[in-house]
Design a protein around this ligand. Structure first.
Ligand SMILES: *[C@@H]1O[C@H](CO)[C@@H](O)[C@H](O)[C@H]1NC(C)=O
Ligand SMILES: *[C@@H]1O[C@H](CO)[C@@H](O)[C@H](O)[C@H]1NC(C)=O
Length: 350
């Protein structure tokens, strides 16, 4: 029987737990919101009722108002947004507590959040503590997780007090360093983790000689991790019309100059061979001027050859225009010259 119950509990509880944990967190959140709105209500009603004068009558009336039921009701009315079910529910359920505090405990316990949420309706815990009995977070309530992480359930009646460490930290108490970081300061309660040198996967200090393991793209040379030159190999890792550029810990492939078929670097002077329309001249791929070749490339009458980068164009000579593949003299349309608009307007303006 006992075993069966345990067996069931082991499977049924995780889901239930998550939902009820969520409710516990939500309850504390709601109560915190109510306390904050109460504080705001105090400020707002204080402003509203100070007219500026200070006659004896006003002072008497004000001090009466200050802790009056009227003021309390005014504040309570504004504690929740109309649509906030959780909030309205909590205020309704604990209105008597709020009244008791207002008339009886406000002077002695001015912190409503502490009095109401932590001590009276017990939905929150003091900072640095967690769970049904508000026990200390891992690493102690003063500096939960030693200041390097977040404590599960911190300040609420939920959670198990375990630590979720910031990126740089790890371990149950967030005192150890994650891969890529080393302890630049450490004692029993304080730990500072600092980034390793770029070349290290793990390290004991700040430089590339302090690596325990080299990062990918880096290799051990003597006692340091140094960059691997991925481009120094016979077979380039890049495509044929690209050159390889070594970088720290890696490399990249860059497009060759348009004049190169293959290249070793940037620009036309780093070509290994030229694309068509270019020729190697003075150790550079240079544009071939097709128009000066002995063979006449633009053969039509009244046609010019125009050299372009890597090629050439044929076009009718000046004073001629293309008409069905023949270059004919350009026709002048003198009768179509536009009316002299500017001069006409000038006369009208006068
Ligand atoms: C640990 O270091 C912190 C910060 O320097 C210091 O305040 C604390 O007293 C140290 N604790 C011990 C046990 O030395
Ligand atoms: C157009 O008007 C300007 C200014 O009045 C004049 O100088 C010019 O000769 C005129 N051009 C023609 C084509 O009539």
């Amino acid at each position: 029987m006992t075993l069966a119950v345990l067996y069931l509990a082991a499977f049924a509880l995780p889901g239930l737990t998550a939902a009820s944990e969520q409710r516990l967190r939500q309850a504390c959140e709601t109560c915190r919101g109510i306390s904050e709105r109460f504080g705001k209500g105090l400020t707002d009603t204080a402003k509203k009722n100070f007219g500026g004068g200070n006659t004896a009558w006003e002072e008497k009336t004000l001090s009466k108002y200050e802790s009056s039921e009227i003021r309390l009701v005014e504040i309570i009315e504004n504690l929740c947004d109309g649509s906030n079910f959780e909030c309205n529910n909590m205020v309704e359920e604990h209105e008597e507590h709020i009244e008791t505090w207002w008339f009886k405990w406000k002077k002695k316990h001015p912190d409503l959040f502490k009095w109401l949420c932590i001590e009276t309706i017990e939905v929150c815990c003091p900072a640095g503590t967690h769970g049904p009995d508000c026990i200390a977070c891992r690493g102690g309530s003063e500096r939960p997780c030693h200041g390097n992480g977040r404590c599960d359930g911190d300040g609420t009646r939920s959670g198990d007090g375990s630590c979720s460490c910031k990126n740089e930290y790890t371990g149950e108490f967030c005192l150890d360093c994650s891969d890529g970081y080393y302890n630049s300061y450490r004692n029993d309660t304080h730990s500072i983790c600092t980034a390793c040198h770029d070349s290290c996967k793990t390290c004991t200090g700040a430089t590339n000689t302090d690596c325990k393991e080299c990062k990918e793209g880096w290799i051990r040379n003597e006692d340091a991790c140094v960059d691997v030159d991925e481009c120094a190999v016979e077979d380039s890792p890049c495509k044929t019309d690209q050159y390889c550029l070594n970088t720290d810990g890696s490399y990249s492939c860059k497009a060759c100059d348009p004049s190169c078929l293959e290249c070793t670097g940037e620009g036309s002077s780093r070509c290994k061979s030229c694309t068509s329309g270019y020729e190697m001249k003075d150790e550079k791929c240079t544009d071939v001027d097709e128009c000066v070749l002995s063979e006449k490339l633009c053969a039509r009458e009244n046609e010019d050859c125009i050299n372009t980068p890597g090629g050439y164009k044929c076009a009718c000579a000046e004073g001629f225009q293309d008409s069905d593949g023949v270059c004919i003299p350009t026709v002048k349309h003198e009768e179509e010259t536009p009316v002299n608009v500017s001069s006409r307007n000038a006369h009208e303006d006068l």
